[in-house]
Design a protein around this ligand. Structure first.
Ligand code: SAM
Ligand code: SF4
Length: 327
């Protein structure tokens, strides 16, 4: 079992499989993109599979595949098949922009993948396309509805952006009124590749909640697992629910159970901290599995207690883009 120096059990890995993306969401990267990594610096399918296998042996039982956009990787389905072979893995899930998932939906179902998070920051086509700087609204909406009707456990990630999509907060709740999905509102973080800097946000989770309450005054707080990053609510009569993720306010650090590995192999023990080791170099140096495990155990044993602490180790943290970290 992986336990950190603050006695927190680490059982959840967010594994980024690429830093590339076919969208250019304006809160994630500049319009021209970022300096994407050279191909030979990205982990290969074999390396990603090996990392998955080793971490499951160490006690990770939940892996979320992220990126960049995971489905721009042509060999993604092979990786998912490999990861599924790990007996100790209870949950394999994906976070996607849902532009390219369409042809893979049936195979994902066959593979036993149940949870898919879809990032969709507007329910209005023009607003969506302004934010993502691409014209893929229709395909995203179709794929979202297909995922829901095929029985996936779908969560929609909606980042609340001042002057951009606030008017879509109430309309997007219609999705969870009619379908058994969760719409999660996230606070914007300054991980945008340096395109916009800020130290405070107008739309924190409290402001989002009071905005929703002005339309739906009677909402019920739902019980959530201790390690959940979202505070979840039910609106009476609605099939699904909604959640608030204080990603900027960081109220959830005390129960953090996550480890992140980037597509380059960097191990990140806190979203707000610098990478601690690089597994690509270790694996390509022909290390034994035990050496790899010791390296991971070493950094997990020195985790910062909160994101605010981790941030102090990292001067340029907010010059980074979420497409490199994986969210
Ligand atoms: N491309 C996939 C997607 O968009 O779902 C996966 C990668 S994306 C980097 C993972 C998550 O990070 C998405 O839900 C996205 O909305 C979120 N994200 C990206 N930039 C963010 C920011 N500046 N603040 C908060 N969340 C962000
Ligand atoms: Fe791409 Fe996801 Fe970043 Fe949008 S949030 S640019 S879809 S990686």
């Amino acid at each position: 079992m992986l336990i950190d120096n603050h006695n927190r059990k680490i059982n959840y890995l967010r594994l980024a499989v690429t830093d590339r993306c076919n969208l250019r969401c304006n809160y994630c990267m500049p319009s021209e993109g970022i300096d994407f990594a050279k191909k030979d610096k990205l982990l290969t399918n074999e390396e990603l599979s090996k990392i998955g296998e080793i971490l499951v042996q160490m006690g990770i039982d939940k892996i979320r595949i992220t990126g960049g956009e995971p489905f721009v990787r042509k060999d993604l389905m092979v990786l998912l098949r490999n990861l599924k072979k790990n007996k100790g893995l209870k949950e394999l899930s994906i976070t996607t922009n849902a532009t390219l998932i369409g042809p893979h939906i049936d195979e994902l179902k066959e593979l036993g993948i149940k949870d898919v998070n879809v990032s969709m920051d507007a329910i209005n086509k023009a607003t969506f396309e302004r934010i993502t700087r691409r014209d893929h609204y229709d395909v995203v909406h179709n794929n979202l509805i297909r995922l829901i009707t095929k029985g996936f456990n779908v969560r929609i990630n909606f980042i609340v952006l001042d002057n951009q999509n606030v008017q879509d907060i109430i309309p997007i709740l219609d999705l969870q009124k009619h379908y058994p999905v969760s719409v999660r509102f996230l606070e914007e973080m300054p991980f945008n590749g340096g395109s916009k800097k800020f130290n405070a946000i107008k739309w924190d989770y409290k402001a989002i909640l009071s905005y929703i309450k002005s339309t739906f005054p009677s909402i019920e707080l739902l019980p959530s697992p201790k390690t959940s990053t979202s505070i979840n609510y039910k609106i009476a009569g609605h099939k699904g629910n909604f959640g608030l993720i204080p990603s900027f306010s960081r109220t959830f650090c005390g129960s953090c159970n996550r480890l992140r590995i980037t597509a380059l192999g960097d191990v990140i023990t806190c979203l707000y901290g610098p990478p601690k080791i690089n597994l690509r170099e270790i694996i390509r140096g022909n290390s034994t599995d035990d050496n790899i495990k010791n390296a991971i155990q070493g950094v997990v044993g020195k985790r910062a207690i909160t994101g605010f602490e981790a941030q102090k180790e990292h001067n340029g943290v907010f010059d980074n883009s979420m497409t490199s970290i994986g969210g």
